[in-house]
Design a binder for this molecule. Structure first.
Ligand SMILES: [Zn+2]
Length: 422
């Protein structure tokens, strides 16, 4: 049955500058989970007048957040203090990811992980799994049950890690191809070929990843690039003949227009040129970068930028907090972002980078109703600050800097309510 959501609707067009705000807006959602109407409540077609409706008053109806880089098997290991990235990986991350060889553990974790995403208003994500096929299967199955647009892949890593999280070239290829066949295009699921980074894959495995990427039609490629100084130095010693880090991925056919590189902080002009020319995306993960002391990513010079939590290196599931930290990091870089730019990046911008913008990322008729309800006065501090806001830009700015899961009153995936704290 068609249902109607009523509230202040905030919707983006093709860019951050095209923002439509209705103080009394309505969204009609069909049986199939698609948006049938979005506009002022006064213009709601008569055919929908008798449909059940939920009135959220002054709360904001917006497109759900899209997280462009997150690690499912790190769902509970946030705030693990380490010296730097490499110390963090070996001390905490690999032992935790080793547990995902167990299908029952992975299935339980997937339920908790998705519940966390929805509680924080994230309705789509590009996720790393562990190196175990069971881990990716658990996440895909849990997301499919909720008709969620989720993209994931099993991590490829055949060196420089504990044996329990290593695969081989052959097993990595078999598992990746099997996952693509089983899940890519199943409902709203998509697949991503997922080498962790060039430190943990041999040249033979990177070569395989490039070949498998070509075979997996429509798949994305996700990996890490140029996050920390120690990592870059290690890459230099592992690949002494390459001119830089990006060149390693280029050599194996992994720098493409459907490739997403997390972090990309310390890139040379040559590397930026290569990434831009290929149409690749650099994914900014500010809470992770400051937590691990990796550096402050500049937005300048990067044509395509995604925004992400990078849980568990990142310290919050919240895309609101991620926007707030993006604002601060860019202020340190001498660039002042508008709230509308940040919200655009976290929704339609990321959906475009993940190639799921035809079905999600904005409140557009015909797309899936992946919708969140944000309360701009959810906490005493927000409430007091909200009283000073005199524009929708100001309301959004306060939410980005002060909001978190307490601001997310409800989350809908394909029209179904998957989280509510009302
Ligand atoms: Zn990461």
């Amino acid at each position: 049955m068609t249902k109607i959501l009523i509230g202040q609707s905030v919707a983006f067009g093709a860019s951050a500058d095209e923002l439509t705000h209705e103080t009394r807006g309505a969204i009609a959602i069909g049986d199939d989970g698609l948006i049938l109407f979005r506009g002022p409540l006064s213009l709601l077609p008569r055919a929908f007048e008798m449909s059940p409706h939920e009135d959220f008053g002054e709360a904001l109806l917006m497109a759900g957040f899209v997280d462009a880089h997150i690690h499912f098997p790190q769902y509970r290991m946030l705030a693990a203090a380490a010296k730097d990235l490499l110390d963090w990986l070996s001390r905490y991350t690999f032992p935790e990811e080793a547990k995902y060889a167990d299908a029952a553990h992975a299935a339980d974790a997937a339920e908790i992980f998705l519940a966390n995403l929805f509680r924080y208003g994230t309705t789509s994500a590009l996720a790393f799994c562990s190196s175990h096929k069971t881990c990716a299967e658990a996440l895909f199955n849990a997301a499919h049950k909720r008709n969620m647009a989720l993209i994931a892949g099993k991590t490829l890593m055949d060196r420089n890690a504990i044996p329990a999280v290593q695969d081989t070239v052959e097993q990595g290829a078999l598992d990746t191809l099997a996952l693509h066949t089983a899940f890519h295009g199943k409902g709203r699921l998509r697949h991503a070929v997922t080498p962790r980074f060039a430190i943990t894959s041999t040249e033979a495995q990177l070569q395989m990843a490039g070949e498998v990427l070509q075979e997996c039609k429509g798949a994305l490629m996700q990996t890490h690039l140029s996050e920390s100084a120690g990592e870059i130095a290690w890459i230099k010693s592992l690949f002494p003949n390459e001119m830089d880090y990006t060149a390693v991925y280029e050599r194996f056919g992994l720098v493409t227009d459907h490739s997403l590189f997390a972090h990309g902080i310390h890139l040379s002009a040559r590397e930026l040129g290569a990434l831009n020319e290929a149409g690749s995306t650099v994914v900014h993960c500010p809470t992770s970068n400051t937590f691990l002391g990796s550096g402050l990513m500049e937005m300048d010079g990067r044509n395509h930028i995604g925004l992400a939590t990078d849980v568990g290196g990142g310290t919050s599931y919240s895309m609101l907090q991620t926007m707030g930290e993006t604002y601060k990091v860019q202020m340190l870089n001498g660039r002042k972002l508008k709230a509308a730019e940040l919200f655009f990046m976290a929704t339609l911008g990321n959906a475009q980078r993940l190639r799921i913008d035809a079905e999600t990322g904005s409140l557009t008729v015909g797309k899936f109703a992946d919708i969140i309800v944000l309360d701009p006065a959810a906490t005493p501090v927000l409430e007091a600050r909200h009283a000073l806001s005199n524009s929708i830009e100001d309301v959004l700015f306060a939410l980005a800097l002060l909001g978190d899961d307490r601001s997310v009153k409800a989350t809908y995936v394909a029209g179904e309510k998957v989280h509510s704290c009302l």
